[in-house]
Design a protein around this ligand. Structure first.
Ligand SMILES: [Zn+2]
Length: 462
């Protein structure tokens, strides 16, 4: 029995862990490395194992850094079965398809540049839409929470609600090889108990070994309530000034959360019923439609709303703008609109058009509600740039800039420690999905048992 780590090892993206037991090989997640072009090479490198030798892929959730290398795995020979929850399956297919479109676009762009520079060079995309279509054929059984699934002789898995995004799960692997039995628990990404509409992370089962994420292992989140209040206040002030509110939005989870809070704000009379809001992102619109098809994933209150025929993601005055022409028409709206558009870090997508039209207007505002990596347009605006370049043009920043930090989809240090404390004093804990200094701070507080921070491709006996 062995475990090895082929991604998110001393880093936060590219989750990919391999368990071997009784001749079977089970991969837990197969995510993309994210963070800029310099990671293209990391994504294209050898997996560290033969994809054709893998029997099962178990997917914890549909974020790109957990599912984004599945099409590449299939392209390189994987022929086994992918098992996940029904909601994760729908979302992962959307996320992988979006990623393939971006990869193809990027490859075309690079090919044009090379031709421009006189080189005969045709850079291949990491994978294509066709590869994603092929990989969807490998999705097999769907998992229900808390119901053990027999994968193979001596290999059982149970999906447990992780409360992170729709369909997300922690995985308990129950392994048997000869007279040796082991219970290995993977946290996946753990949610934040304060989040709306999803259930809180479920109490984890006991395990001999735990593989735990540590994204926010060194800090405590601000409470959600004041952040939502700040969001409402920013909208009210901007509408009163006659401007628009532009919210750079991640398509998965954050967009649905904002729609949920807009609706709640109207119901609690914190926001006007006449408020006009626009979800200007085809990807976020599709994700929202998937959310609406999975009421089984929600907490009791929101599930009851669905059964009464109410849609918690549909504030009054909401418009979905899927077509480019509809999106362009928004540029003529001079005030009174809340525009949610991707990408969250403003590195691409329609939000850049809205920033070009609104950043220079002192009546408008831009509200950042998510993580912004250094080097991105979002980061420059948050850091107080007086002028930014968008589509090659210089745009003065006169709009009011809000940065609201309480909307995290991840557990903080206290929640990680509490979750780990319920796993029954595991003999060994592997920390993954975190920066090294963050993992060290978390490790120092984990109490009894050995704590390991595996390196890329490092392997351990279980
Ligand atoms: Zn995640």
């Amino acid at each position: 029995m062995k475990i090895s780590f082929h991604g998110a090892a001393r880093g936060v993206t590219g989750s990919c862990h391999l368990v071997e037991c009784g001749g079977y090989r089970v991969l837990i997640d197969c995510g993309l490395y994210q963070g800029g072009r310099e990671l293209d090479e990391e994504n294209a490198e050898d997996f560290g194992f033969d994809p054709a030798s893998i029997d099962f892929v178990l997917l914890t959730h549909a974020h790109l850094d957990h599912c984004g290398r599945i099409p590449l795995l299939c392209r390189r020979g994987f022929r086994g079965e992918i098992v996940t929850t029904s909601a994760s399956r729908d979302l992962a297919q959307l996320v992988m398809m979006d990623s393939a479109h971006l990869q193809e676009e990027e490859a075309r762009y690079r090919a044009r540049r090379h031709i421009h520079h006189g080189h005969a060079f045709s850079p291949e995309p990491l994978y294509t839409v066709r590869d994603v279509q092929d990989s969807t054929r490998h999705f097999g059984r769907t998992a229900s929470y808390d119901t053990p699934l027999a994968l193979a002789d001596g290999v059982n898995v149970t999906f447990v609600d992780a409360g992170h995004i729709l369909g997300s799960a922690c995985l308990l692997l129950e392994l048997r090889e000869g007279d040796r039995a082991r219970r290995v628990l993977f946290s996946g990404d753990l949610g934040n108990a304060e989040r709306p509409f999803l259930r809180s992370p479920a109490r984890p089962p006991h395990a001999d070994a735990v593989v735990m994420e540590s994204t926010y292992g060194d800090r405590l989140h601000r409470p959600l309530g004041p952040s939502v209040e700040e969001f409402y206040a920013a909208i009210e002030d901007t509408i009163a000034r006659g401007g628009n509110v532009v919210v750079p939005t991640f398509a998965l989870e954050r967009a649905q959360e904002l729609l949920f809070f807009l609706r709640e704000g109207q119901q609690q009379h914190r926001l006007p019923e006449s408020l006009q809001s626009f979800l200007d992102s085809p990807m976020a619109i599709s994700a929202t439609e998937i959310y609406e098809r999975h009421p089984e994933c929600f907490d009791r209150e929101v599930a009851a709303q669905f059964s009464r025929g109410q849609d918690p993601f549909a504030p009054q005055g909401l418009h979905f703008t899927r077509e480019t022409a509809e999106s362009m028409a928004l540029n003529r709206v001079s005030g009174g609109a809340v525009i949610l558009a991707g990408s969250g870090m403003c590195t691409g997508g329609r939000v850049r058009h809205h920033l070009r039209h609104n950043l220079g207007r002192s009546q408008s505002s831009v509200v950042f509600v998510g993580f912004a990596a250094s080097g991105t347009l979002a980061r420059r605006i948050i850091d107080g740039a007086k002028e930014v370049i968008i589509y090659g043009e210089s745009v003065a920043v006169r709009a009011t800039i809000h940065t609201i930090n309480g909307f995290s989809a991840h557990a903080d240090q206290a929640e990680l420690l509490a979750w780990h404390g319920q796993t029954g004093s595991p003999g060994r804990t592997f920390l993954v999905h975190g920066e090294v200094d963050v993992m060290q701070k978390l490790a120092a507080r984990l109490g009894s048992g050995e704590v390991v921070m595996p390196r890329l491709h490092e392997s351990f006996d279980l």
